[in-house]
Design a protein around this ligand. Structure first.
Ligand SMILES: Cc1cc2nc3c(=O)[nH]c(=O)nc-3n(C[C@H](O)[C@H](O)[C@H](O)COP(=O)(O)OP(=O)(O)OC[C@H]3O[C@@H](n4cnc5c(N)ncnc54)[C@H](O)[C@@H]3O)c2cc1C
Length: 393
């Protein structure tokens, strides 16, 4: 039995898919990951990098360890994807395969808002969070603004956590009485897909820390010289330090391929993550899965890795005839760090009708410890499911 599985993207979802598929297939079946980087960094650690609690070179895992597990790694930019022929062009070279898994994540596009890139710090990238760490070290107080620039971005909790961690930072550095903190959000409320009770609870968490919350403010322009932001509703705001979540879109290679759908993302069967192309799957941030309440499933690592497990089981079953068919159940989990060493923890069944069923456990040290253990295991290359992780710690 021989053949090839090609996995595009070695991030959250691609890593799990590659490992699980490799574990389930005979040796002469080739499993290859393609990524433009030689390592992948953990999103949740970027918030700790930003506050100076992590070093930039300690929050990534290298793709070099894939080789030891019998997974080939090709480093390069994916220039083209032909899902009909299951062919991919990487740096001018064409790769074909029997099974294609697209896990290319979301592309960040700060340049689509004039002035934004020069005006502030994009804490959604390693370099941006690191630059913010240096800017914070020099910050002597003033107006600190956290901003989202579109209603859909990965990890709906992250900008709210960022605001609370920055508030914590200011308190611990004797800057709080000299600093006003504002959170301008493009969306109508925090974590809307989790339902009104969770949204209210998170809003209450940030407001109880004296962070001024301004929902439904869509930034249209930033003036880096005058340190001023302009929103589509005509409001303008000044800032001294700006920390922003950039607009997201599907990666260029996907946007230019037949995989792209009207939503601007890849459409898949919500149970199997199969695209409309034979033996082509897509998972994680690059897909959009509509939910009954009219919002898509959030983009988060918890979903990317669960989806990857489902894809892996079905690909292995298709090839070997072994194992049970798997279906993604829409479950996900999330940490909401609130400062002072505390973290809230949410668990949700997002496929439940008519609205997702999400429970948010109040902030506690035990969830914070759990987040730290999660980071450690992820950096070591772990691929346990969230459920297994929670059960055994
Ligand atoms: C600040 C922050 C905090 C977060 N906190 C959490 C959290 O607490 N919990 C949670 O569940 N999620 C969290 N996330 C979200 C999580 O990181 C993402 O949802 C997750 O990484 C998505 O996985 P993915 O596999 O779809 O994409 P990614 O992990 O982004 O992987 C995509 C890969 O594709 C590669 N790639 C893209 N285009 C190309 C190309 N053309 N050629 C070659 N390679 C390419 C990239 O280099 C990348 O390695 C957070 C994210 C951020 C930024």
């Amino acid at each position: 039995m021989s053949g090839k599985v090609l996995i595009l993207g070695g991030g959250f979802g691609g890593w799990v898919a590659a490992n699980e598929i490799r574990n389930g297939l005979p040796e002469d079946y080739q499993v290859t990951v393609v990524d433009r980087n030689d390592s992948s960094c953990l999103g949740l650690s970027l918030l700790w990098l930003m506050t100076g609690d992590r070093d930039p070179d300690r929050i990534s895992r290298s793709f070099s360890s894939l080789g030891r597990k019998g997974i080939s790694f090709v480093r390069g930019d994916i220039d083209g994807i032909d899902p009909r022929r299951r062919e991919v062009v990487v740096g001018g070279k064409t790769f074909s395969c029997d099974y294609l898994v697209v896990a290319l994540g979301a592309e960040l596009a700060p340049e689509t808002i004039p002035g934004l890139q020069e005006a502030g710090h994009n804490f959604y990238t390693l370099s941006g969070a690191d630059a913010l760490r240096h800017a914070l070290a020099d910050f002597s107080g003033g107006r600190l603004v956290v901003m989202t620039t579109g209603p859909g971005y990965k990890c709906p909790a992250a900008p709210y956590e960022a605001a609370m961690l920055l508030e914590d930072f200011c308190r611990n550095h004797n800057l709080r009485d000299k600093t006003r903190i504002d959170l301008y959000a493009a969306e109508p409320g925090p974590m809307g897909v989790a339902g009104p009770a969770v949204s209210r609870a998170v809003r209450q968490m940030i407001e109880s820390k004296g962070i001024a919350y301004h929902p439904e403010h869509q930034a249209v322009e930033a003036d880096p010289t005058g340190r001023r932001l302009r929103f589509s509703n005509g409001v303008e705001a000044d800032y001294d330090l700006l920390c922003y979540v950039p607009p997201h879109r599907a990666p260029g290679a996907v946007r230019e391929s037949p995989l792209i759908a009207e939503s601007g993302w890849v459409e898949v069967d919500r149970d199997t993550l199969a695209t409309k192309f034979e033996r082509v799957y897509a998972l994680g941030d690059v897909v959009s899965i509509p939910l009954k309440l009219g919002k898509p499933l959030p983009k988060a690592g918890t979903f990317a890795s669960s989806e990857a497990r489902v894809v892996a089981r079905n690909v292995v079953r298709d090839i070997t005839g072994r194992g049970e068919a798997a279906a993604f159940d829409g479950r996900g989990e999330c940490y909401v760090e609130t400062g002072d060493g505390l973290t809230a923890y949410g668990e949700g069944k997002f496929y439940e009708d008519p609205v997702p069923n999400v429970v948010l456990h109040p902030p506690a040290p035990k969830w914070h410890d759990s987040k730290i253990r999660y980071e450690k295991e992820w950096l070591e290359g772990g691929i346990r499911s969230d459920e297994d992780f929670r059960r055994t710690g």
